[in-house]
Design a binder for this molecule. Structure first.
Ligand code: MOS
Length: 707
């Protein structure tokens, strides 16, 4: 018998390693699909003044060239959209160019190579306008958005920050800047669109099946009932597949026009243009403390980029700050700078990833200024209730995470003064940071059918984006129905199954599990009613969980997941080469649904935190407004040699305020704060504080202590 929480290996693992799990671009539909290749604008701002596809249309194998001149009229709004991911994505709908790489044509041909070759024959002329591509040059134009996602307030204020700072003995006032970062999942954003009369089947790599359906239907002005979305497997997403993008809209448009199946994938390079980017941010953090280390004032003012001409993306960067530490005087704010660069979009732990990073580096600076241990500083400022809302915490064990982590990591060996411990050529440093990530709850439905042979089938339009959803839901159903794992089959990722908000926001695992467990309970009730006899056609029932807006506990408690990150780095005393030696995370997430997949999620997030601190940075070419380092040779992500040992520890918990399974979200927790632990370790090793991320050799080298 398996239990919820057991470290069950992925039930879909064998399918994946034997190549039997099909991803969107590997689907074939009814027959030979055509291939589309997107032509992107080579300017950042302006207008297409002439576009001529005549030569391209005559190229071998070419069946269609779509441009704004012959693309169908498209919907621009969806009044029923519960979140922005359900909004239309009008594409090729105007001559105006709103950012570099914006699609100006789709070439469709019999083969991929024919389509790609013919793109070079599409003639485009532009009227170029001066675009705004430089955030720092436009900071004075920053404006306040109406709200953050979910209607979270843009600004908060408690007490009087300036008065608090004036009354403080020790103050930190610094600006931290984070670059443009991308999600870049292994599986490229791709789609196969298959028309059947008035119907359209969309095989697409997406995080939210229902949102993909709504986006396609509203953009193409179709009845949503006529759009079927199929997405059994997703090769990573990290927010970049919450929306479908031009690949999907253009495949659908071309398929309908040609009445034939069309496949479109973005290339790795096109992702830099056509999938949104983690906004670049400038974050002013002001902390004031009394001489005893108690925080008197906390300010976190965030400015980041958006391209509101495409869509205004407002991430909750300072959300973590609002709940993290006690301080009587507080201020948080979010401002946007409109730029003509690719739009901001969700990238793992949108906002909180960069926000907790800045705040937790600032806390390290404060500890250094006060001359106290950074763990003790955090523990000293642990709030009894949520410091802004005044609500009790549903369950919070940040202090325990810090203490347990310190013990396991050997924190007592940390150099107490920076740049004082060497291991041969290497300067050694330790860093710590807190992790916090909100636990949102989104609507989820699931259906369970007991077959006549006593086995069970679970169905939901929930997605498994590589996180382990198939496995977790198999475990939950098996436990609820008292079946062995091989007697439960989980089917996901089809718009024909009950609707969910999919995988995103760290709401997927816990929410879908509750829905499945409730469906199991309901089907067991039916079984009892039928005297434990399963009829030949089986017994079926649905279960669901509502959104947090209908959940009373969200008004009564402050519900977040927590943790403590620890990092040890070695910095070459001569070259400033930075090597991560080990990381440890101790996490407080309520009940764990599968110890193996949960741990993998957190290792992934911590790895990403390391690369936010040391590696990742997409750089704008200020001449065009496009990204200059548009491949993995130039946009650095960690390889195995960069990540030696990452250990994850869960506390044994159950959060009865979160849901009946006691589980909170954890998918995005690992990236929140982990970069700060690495950055703080670099400071501890070298005495060099880099506030403009990522921390690279050329920024550290000038400050290294003399040999
Ligand atoms: Mo997450 S950035 O909501 O996939």
């Amino acid at each position: 018998m398996t239990n919820i929480g057991d470290p069950v290996s992925r039930v879909d693992g064998p399918l994946k390693v034997t190549g039997q799990a099909t991803y969107a671009y590997e689907e074939w539909g009814a027959g030979d699909p055509l291939y589309g290749f997107i032509v992107g604008a080579t300017i950042g701002k302006g207008r297409v003044t002439r576009i001529d596809a005549t030569r391209a249309e005559k190229a071998p194998g070419v069946r269609l060239v779509l441009t704004y001149l012959n693309a169908p009229e498209q919907g621009r709004t969806n009044d029923a959209a519960p979140l922005e991911y359900w909004s239309p994505e009008p594409t090729l709908n105007r001559p105006d160019i709103l950012h570099y790489g914006q699609p100006v044509a789709l070439v469709v041909a019999t083969t991929f190579e024919q389509a790609r070759t013919a793109t070079k024959l599409v003639e485009v002329e532009y009227a170029v306008e001066d675009g705004h591509f430089d955030l720092d040059a436009r900071l004075s134009e920053a404006y306040a958005p109406k709200s953050l996602i979910f209607g979270i307030p843009t600004d908060t204020e408690v007490g009087d920050l300036d008065a608090g700072l004036a009354a403080s003995t020790v103050e930190v006032d610094q600006v931290y800047s984070t670059p443009y970062d991308f999600a870049h999942p292994l599986e490229l954003n791709s789609c196969l669109a298959v028309p059947q009369g008035e119907d359209l089947t969309i095989y697409v790599s997406t995080q939210i099946v229902d949102a993909a359906r709504a986006t396609v239907a509203t953009t193409l002005k179709m009845d949503p009932e006529r759009v079927r979305v199929v997405c059994p497997y997703v090769g990573g997403a990290f927010g970049s597949k919450l929306h479908v993008h031009s690949e999907t809209i253009l495949a659908a448009m071309a398929a309908r026009q040609l009445n034939q199946a069309v496949k479109v994938s973005l290339t790795r390079q096109q992702i830099f243009d056509l999938v949104g980017v983690r906004p670049t941010s400038r974050q002013r953090v002001r902390l004031g403390a009394g001489g005893d280390g108690s925080l008197v004032a906390m300010g976190h003012e965030v400015t980041f980029h958006a391209n509101p001409n495409v869509s205004e993306f407002v991430e909750p960067t300072a959300l973590g700050t609002r709940a993290l530490y006690a301080a009587p005087n507080r201020l948080t704010s979010h401002r946007l700078v409109a730029l003509d660069v690719p739009r901001g979009e969700d990238v793992r732990a949108p906002g909180e990833a960069t926000g907790v990073l800045a705040m937790e580096v600032a806390m390290d600076e404060l500890a250094h200024e006060l001359g106290v241990d950074p763990i003790e500083l955090r523990i000293q400022n642990e709030p009894a209730v949520d410091p802004e809302s005044g609500l009790p915490f549903s369950d919070r064990h940040l202090v325990e995470c810090l203490r347990e982590g310190a013990e396991k990591f050997g924190w007592q060996h940390r150099p107490t003064r920076p740049a004082t411990v060497r291991d041969g050529q290497w300067l050694i440093g330790y860093g710590v940071a807190a992790a916090i990530r909100a636990h949102p709850q989104a609507p989820m439905k699931a259906r369970v059918r007991l077959e006549a042979d006593g086995s069970a089938v679970v169905q939901s339009d929930m997605t498994d984006i590589g996180t382990g959803t198939y496995t977790i839901l198999t475990q939950v159903a098996a436990a609820a129905l008292e079946l062995s794992l091989d007697r439960v089959r989980v089917e996901l990722g089809s718009s024909e199954f009950p609707m969910t908000f999919g995988s995103g926001g760290s709401w997927g695992g816990a929410g879908a599990s509750v829905a499945v467990q409730r469906a199991c309970k309901a089907v067991l009730d039916k079984l009892k009613e039928s005297n434990n006899q399963i009829p030949a056609e089986g017994l079926e029932a649905e279960g669901e969980i509502g959104g947090m807006w209908e959940e009373p506990n969200y008004g009564a408690y402050s519900i977040s997941s927590y943790g403590a990150h620890f990092a040890e780095v070695a910095v070459d005393a001569d070259t400033a080469e930075i090597r991560l030696r080990r990381m440890l995370g101790v996490f407080s997430v309520g009940a764990v649904l599968n110890a193996k997949t949960a741990s993998s999620q957190l290792i992934g997030g911590m790895t990403w935190g390391m690369s936010m601190a040391l590696q990742e940075e997409a750089v704008i070419d200020m001449r065009t407004g496009g990204f200059a380092n548009r491949d993995f040779a130039n946009y650095l992500v960690p390889v195995h040699a960069d990540i030696p040992v990452v250990e994850v520890v869960f506390r044994d918990e159950f959060d009865d305020k979160a849901n009946v399974l006691g589980a909170r979200g954890l998918g995005e927790l690992g990236i929140c704060g982990s970069g700060a632990a690495v950055a703080n370790a670099v400071f501890n090793a070298t005495g060099v504080r880099v506030r403009e991320l990522p921390i690279t050799v050329e920024k550290v080298l000038p400050g290294l202590p003399a040999a």
